[in-house]
Design a protein around this ligand. Sequence first.
Ligand code: AP5
Ligand code: MG
Length: 214
Amino acid sequence: MNLILLGPPGAGKGTQARHLVEKHGMTQLSTGDMLREAKSSGSEMGKKVAEVMARGDLVTDEIVIGLIREKLTGEAGGGFIFDGFPRTLAQADALGTLLDEIGQSIGKVIEIRVDDEALISRISARSSCASCGEMYNDITKPQPADGKCSNCGGTEFTRRADDNEESLRQRLMEYYKKTSPIIGYYHAKNLLNAVDGLAEIDAVQKSISEILEK
Ligand code: AP5
Ligand code: MG
C-alpha cells in the first residue's frame, strides 16, 4: 500500500516514516531529504534550492515532481511512504498521474495534526545522527549521554539550517497557504485519515497502524 504522510513542519512525518520502514519494509520518499542530499552533494540543483529551503519557502513544483518521478520507476516491496510530498495541489495531481502510469495508486493519506506551539518547541530541539539519520530531540529524546547514536553508534549529530524561529514561521505560512488545501483534496477522494500528533511517538505509531489495518 502506498501512503502519504501529511502534516506541518515538525509534525513527526519523518519519525513515523522511519518506523514504518522498519516495521513494514516500506520505502520512504522524503523530498526534504532528497533536496538536502542534493544540497550537500553540491549539484547545480542543490545550490539553487539551498537558499529557498533555508528561508522556509517551498521549492518549485517542477523540481520536486522531477525528484519523485525518478524514484517511481518500479514497485516498492512494502509500498511507498510519501513524506513531505505532495505539498501543493499541482504536486498532488502530478503524483496521481505518475502512480497511474506505473499501475499504482495511493492507499491512504494520514494527516498528523499538531498545534503550532508544539511545532516550534519540537523543531528548535531537534537534531539527528549525521550517519544514519536517527532523530533526537533535546526534550523528548535526548542524544545518548555516551555521545554515540543509539541506532548506529555514530558520534556526529547535526541540526538543520532551516530549524530556526524565522524560517519555521515561513515554513508554517507555506504550509497553511499552499499545502493545507490538499487536505480537502484527499478528503474529497475519500482517502484522508487524521491522527493526533500531539500524543507520544509510540501512541502516534499505534494510531497509524490501526488506520493501515482498517
Ligand atoms: P521537509 O524536510 O519535508 O521538512 P518539513 O515538512 O518542514 O518537516 P520536518 O522534516 O521539519 O518535520 P517532520 O514532520 O518530519 O517531523 P520530525 O519527525 O522530524 O522539507 C524541508 C524543506 O524542503 C521545505 O521547507 C521546502 O523548502 C523543501 N521541500 C520539501 N519537500 C517539498 C515539496 N514537496 N515541495 C516544495 N518544497 C519542498 O519530528 C520533529 C521533531 O519532533 C523531532 O525532534 C522528533 O524527535 C520530535 N517528535 C516527533 N514526533 C513527536 C511526538 N509525537 N511527540 C514529541 N516529539 C516528537
Ligand atoms: Mg521530516
